[in-house]
Design a binder for this molecule. Structure first.
Ligand SMILES: [Zn+2]
Length: 281
């Protein structure tokens, strides 16, 4: 039981330390009204690279629950040939994050979209574009389908071969705190499936209200889930870890395969992949 659950029902005069705890509790659990912005209802979802169908790109690494929570999109040219290529907003929306969040992420843009589900209800999703070389939109900005939000990069410290890390979230609270929410279909869509099912939606010239400020900077609504075991990547054999600043370690663990985090190694992988493509057995 937490110290706060003891403190709250206590009606006797409280010591200064207790007041400090109560004040802290009030700050952690504000009864704030939900804030809203507006956005144009999405008339369909495109792919984030190779506008609008992903032409010239492929998914190097797909979505896996409790593993890789998005898709890594790469240019067909391999290596860093796609560095600096434009990354597009997959649909109309409003920018709810545009930040260099550092760690294993680097420059990240998150766009919030409203769309009509088949059952007629209006639903919301967040699309996340990670490891960007540059960001070209700012917080609160309205963006339209196909608008450039940034360019493909290699992540901080050029940790990776250039690629776009791309996610679609159903849960609007996730933001950069993926650790707080189930790393499953409950929280995430499989991006390519989500987009393929909604490439073209009925056009409605409608602006709708979208909730904003939903990312939890602190942790008032922590969702508890069972401990997650990271999958073992035994298929490729023993991997070599790069030497990187200590604070990056845990993100790399979550975000990338070990071999992807080693630029030399991932470039070798790309090269052998491309060789295989050009010399099919
Ligand atoms: Zn990724």
């Amino acid at each position: 039981m937490s110290r706060l659950s003891h403190a709250v029902p206590c009606l006797r005069p409280v010591a200064p330390l207790m007041w400090a705890l109560l004040l802290q509790a009030a700050m952690i659990c504000p009864v704030a009204a939900q804030s809203y912005s507006t956005t144009k209802l999405a008339d369909g979802f495109d792919f984030p690279v190779g506008k609008p169908d992903g032409a010239g790109y492929y998914i190097f690494r797909g979505f896996s629950p409790n593993g890789h929570l998005g898709e890594d999109w790469n240019g067909n040219g391999g290596g860093d040939s796609d560095e600096g290529d434009p990354v597009y907003s997959i649909a109309h929306g409003v920018v709810v994050l545009s930040e260099d969040v550092k760690k294993g992420w680097g420059n990240v843009v998150i766009v919030r979209h409203a769309y009509r589900e088949q059952n007629g209800q209006i639903a919301f999703v967040d699309s996340l574009y990670g490891h960007l070389k540059v960001r070209s939109v700012s917080l609160g900005q309205q963006v339209s389908r196909g608008q450039v939000v940034g360019t493909i990069g290699c992540g901080p410290y050029r940790m990776y071969a250039a690629h776009l890390h791309f996610e679609i979230r159903k849960d609007l609270r996730v933001g950069m705190r993926r650790d707080l929410y189930p790393r499953t279909y409950e929280t995430y869509h499989v991006p390519k499936h989500f987009m393929n099912l909604r490439r073209s939606l009925r056009f409605e010239d409608r602006t709708v209200r979208v909730p904003i400020n939903t990312f939890l900077k602190s942790n008032p609504n922590r969702v508890t889930t069972d401990a997650v075991e990271m999958p073992e990547f035994t298929a490729i054999g023993e991997t070599v870890r790069p030497k990187l600043p200590e604070e990056l370690g845990f993100v790399i663990e979550e975000e990338t395969q070990a071999e992807e985090a080693t630029p030399e190694k991932s470039k070798t992988l790309f090269e052998s992949f491309i060789k295989k493509l050009s010399n099919p057995q």
